[in-house]
Design a protein around this ligand. Structure first.
Ligand SMILES: [Zn+2]
Ligand SMILES: [Zn+2]
Length: 446
């Protein structure tokens, strides 16, 4: 039996892969105008980075990580031995921890230096039950800004993300931006206690998972999908009532910057996000009308303690990630085309085998001139070659025949209009390259 792809993984075939590359390139262009530079970190890190950075009590770390075991370590484990922490590797479940690790390791934010702005794109891995919008390997694009704690950094990042979503084609009215503050250690610690007490007081109406989480991570009760829990949590203490003075000031400033930029948002005091590292600003962008439970297309926030958690000096940070696959669902729901089929500019056909060498040479010269050109490589009649040209969605076909070649010319057929013309071979590359460039010339910026 043929070997199949495991559940929760996806092949990106050419039309999809082309769209993905365009999606990433657009993000790079948009984020570059805000000063973000690309960074590429490994897809594997020490398991400890995620345990310490994301937090042991999170779902991601406790249940969803793919931990990689080398053959040697597997043999040790099977023999009942233990594997050193230094050789426990995990496929990254998210991008922030690795980027922060790299910033600390390479000292990209020396003491007192201005912020460093980095963007990444690539696959992340989570061992979840596969469902629509939730793959075990999925693609994220994200940014991290380290070394600045000003609220304008948070607002700038949010404005930038909303701009990208609009430019990629998600209609403004199909998105909602939710905003909250998680406070800092000073205000969150007593708030956490208050939520834990609240959950315990309503234990008879809460699900077992919320009760279990109440001990380690009580805020997760806000994310519970259980109807009973949701009803109870609607009356739970709100972080907004517990913010300390500096956190309150930071949150107010973020809101006023967003208002100044004309970005609409909704305050959601129950938005806590699943990771432990957030402080102060958290936000999420949800796509409406996708009929998918996984409708968060992007989100992030401030993480002023993360650099210390992974062993660096205190370095404030802000970042977000957006999910490619979920954006694709949102774009499809909005009727935006997400396929990028390629088409050949010029197909060179021959009437007889005797013209093959001339066809081969012409195709190379067209490619030298930047034209997407192709020819037949198998035994095919002219009719067969025209079929192949259609399959490649060729816009023009050059037909090389003995009589025309003798006169230093060839027939060019436009595959849209079926119009035919004779073009001198000496001028062929120049004429076709000019046509292709003309068709591709971008419209002037409005
Ligand atoms: Zn605070
Ligand atoms: Zn629950």
């Amino acid at each position: 039996m043929a070997i199949k792809l495991p559940a929760g993984f996806e092949d990106m075939l050419p039309a999809d892969a082309g769209f993905y590359q365009e999606f990433v390139a657009l993000a790079q262009r948009v984020f570059a105008t805000y000063g973000y530079e690309p960074v590429i970190t490994p897809q594997v890190e020490l398991t400890d980075l995620f345990v310490r950075g994301i937090g042991e009590a999170t779902d991601v770390v406790s249940k969803e990580m793919f931990t990689a075991i080398s053959g040697e370590n597997l043999a040790t484990l099977l023999a009942g031995g233990t594997v050193k922490a230094k050789s426990r590797l995990t496929l990254r479940p998210e991008g922030t921890a690795g980027v922060v690790r790299a910033v600390v390791e390479h000292d990209l934010v020396p003491q007192g230096a201005g912020p460093v702005k980095l963007m990444y794109a690539g696959p992340m891995f989570r061992a979840e039950r596969p469902q629509k919008g939730r793959l075990r390997q999925f693609n994220q694009i994200g940014i991290e800004c380290l070394g600045a704690e000003a609220p304008s950094v948070d607002a700038e990042g949010i404005v930038m993300l909303m701009r990208f979503f609009r430019q990629v084609g998600i209609p403004q009215e199909s998105m909602v931006l939710l905003l909250n503050s998680m406070g800092c250690d000073d205000c969150r610690t007593p708030y956490r206690e208050a939520v834990r007490d609240f959950v315990r007081r309503h234990a008879d109406r809460m699900c077992p998972q919320c009760l279990e989480r109440a001990e380690t991570n009580p805020l997760r009760a806000f994310d519970c999908k259980n109807e009973g829990c949701r009803a109870v949590m609607a009356d739970a203490p709100r972080i907004t009532d517990w913010l300390c003075e500096p956190c309150r000031g930071h949150h107010d400033a973020v809101r006023s910057y967003l208002a100044a930029a004309g970005v609409d948002y909704a305050e959601d005091p129950t938005l806590v996000r699943g990771l432990d590292y957030y402080t102060r600003t958290v936000f999420e962008v949800q796509a409406l009308d996708t009929n998918s439970a996984q409708n968060a297309i992007g989100g992030g926030g401030r993480y002023d303690r993360l650099a210390e958690e992974v062993g660096g000096r205190p370095t404030p940070g802000f970042g977000f990630a957006l999910g490619f696959e979920r954006c694709r669902i949102a774009l499809e729901a909005a009727g935006v085309s997400v396929e990028r089929p390629t088409s050949c500019d010029v197909f060179v056909a021959t009437i007889e085998d005797a013209q093959r060498a001339a066809a081969f040479a012409l195709v190379q010269r067209l490619r030298d001139a930047g034209v997407h050109a192709d020819m037949n490589h198998q035994e095919r009649s002219l009719k067969g070659q025209m079929k192949l040209a259609n399959k490649l969605a060729a816009r023009r076909v050059v037909v090389l025949g003995p009589d025309e070649l003798a006169q230093g010319a060839a027939v060019v057929r436009d595959m849209g209009s079926h119009a035919e013309r004779t073009v001198e071979l000496d001028r062929m590359v120049e004429v076709l390259a000019a046509e292709v460039r003309g068709a591709e010339a971008p419209a002037p910026e409005a």
